[in-house]
Design a protein around this ligand. Structure first.
Ligand SMILES: Nc1ncnc2c1ncn2[C@@H]1O[C@H](COP(=O)(O)OP(=O)(O)OP(=O)(O)O)[C@@H](O)[C@H]1O
Ligand SMILES: [Mg+2]
Length: 210
């Protein structure tokens, strides 16, 4: 059985491709056969990163492929333990199709009201479309302080949703890592790697416990 984790959001730039790549890296290091399905055919962020990673000879090699739809990605899961869908922003019909296919749907969100409100609206729309809340989880990204993280976590939980343990702070080193074909768990700073890994491990725990 191939587990399927999808990253979706209404807003752009929230961290879907960032978390998809980090999950792929950590799952691969943990011995899983993993593939990223890049469904953002316009941007191709994960595909581009894959090419860069190969050119820099960074191990482990992670399989990344572009697909136009979730259905196409599902046809290519044979032989993989984990399929990671890196979804496009702002496309509600594609997001629903992706969510129907996935065991776990993760939406990254920042901590501001501007980020939280549309993020909750997106999950409300999915639960209205019969995606069970147990399959939905938020990941907190670009967090500034502990207090900010705690307040955002409470807001999302009170809206009725799971929030993954851990969070990502906003750091140039995370961008620099991805600029060179690395994941956010492969920066030059062990503290930042550990922080990113905590969030990714709570995601992996949630997938493997299902
Ligand atoms: N915690 C962070 N700290 C610093 N930079 C970050 C962080 N998270 C994401 N970024 C940067 O923000 C930008 C957007 O992130 P990413 O591409 O992962 O978002 P996305 O949700 O996939 O965007 P899109 O909706 O356009 O596909 C990237 O340049 C990424 O490197
Ligand atoms: Mg993206």
């Amino acid at each position: 059985m191939t587990a399927i984790v999808a990253f979706v959001s209404q807003k752009g730039g929230v961290g879907k491709s960032t978390l998809a790549r980090a999950l792929a890296r950590e799952a691969a290091v943990g011995g899983l056969r993993v593939k990223i399905a890049d469904l953002d055919t316009q941007q191709g962020t994960s595909v581009d990163w894959h090419r860069l990673r190969l050119s820099q000879n960074i191990k482990p090699v992670i399989s990344v492929e572009a697909f136009a739809t979730a259905a196409q990605a599902l046809e290519a899961i044979y032989g993989y333990d984990l399929l990671i869908i890196d979804g496009p922003a702002r496309t509600s019909s594609a997001t629903l199709e992706i969510s129907r296919a996935a065991d776990l749907i993760v939406q990254p969100s920042g901590a501001s009201r501007d980020d939280l409100i549309p993020a909750v609206r997106e999950f409300h729309a999915l639960s209205k479309a019969d995606i069970s809340k147990e399959r939905l989880a938020f990941a907190l990204n670009r967090i500034g302080t502990r207090a900010e993280e705690a307040a955002a976590r409470i807001y999302l939980q009170q809206a009725g949703y799971n929030v993954l343990d851990g969070s990502l702070c906003d750091r140039p080193a995370y961008r620099q890592a991805q600029n060179t074909g690395h994941s956010i768990t492969e920066t030059r700073y062990s503290g930042l790697n550990e922080k990113a890994d905590m969030l990714i491990q709570s995601l992996i725990d949630r997938v493997t416990n299902d």
